[in-house]
Design a protein around this ligand. Sequence first.
Ligand SMILES: [Zn+2]
Length: 264
Amino acid sequence: MEVTRKFKRLVVEIETPIAKTGNGPAVGGKVNNLLLLGNSSENNKENGKRYLVKGIRGWINHAMMAIAKKEGVEVCHTSDKTETQKGVNLLPEGFHANGECYPEKECIKHRLMGSIAKRSILKFEPVIIILEANSKGKKNTVTQAVHVATERRNALKSNVKISIQDFGERYFSGELTIKIEFLEDLTQEELGFLLKGILYAPELGLGASVNNGGGKVHMKRITLQEVVRSSSFGKQGKVIQQEKIRNLWKEMKEGVEAWPKTNA
Ligand SMILES: [Zn+2]
């Protein structure tokens, strides 16, 4: 006996010469760009530290905002605040506060990305990286091997030799695969909006230090897939998971053409 689930997903293959993910330095704090998840276990046939690449959903979210603005389509801003305590408007023109459109006039970005009012129908699989040097050339389904470097940052207070900043910033370089699972069916228009957002994302750059040459990303390939995933028991309770995959090129093309809607 097996259990199965059928769903669609986008597989996005990217390459970055150098990226430092995160939301930029917090005042007085260190940049939290890669989350250390600990050491990989012996069973994985790989050694060394595993890191979670943060900020990928936010990166696509901002790219969606950018393309919507270009097309004059109003969508949610990432902020849910409309003004400061002094009444100064915080929202740029062409955006509403995050989730404000829901449920009466839900915008296309909210239908995909959700907000505190409704969960997103897109599930971004965690991107977990390990040092290439430690991967021993083994293909692993959980981790991806890239190059990771740490730059030590020191800032000394003037006149006295007291360090006011002393931390390491991590950079990574290499090829990554981002998988975005659809928890519900997307309309052609929604698929098109998502695809165009991803296509536009390299214009923004990934993560921090974009203005200093970091975060350059080359999109290599985007594939829409139909997946049938099945799990069953093998001997002695061992779980066997399999995926049957079909690429949906025609549906992808139709999606790209469906957004933005032309009123011809
Ligand atoms: Zn909205």
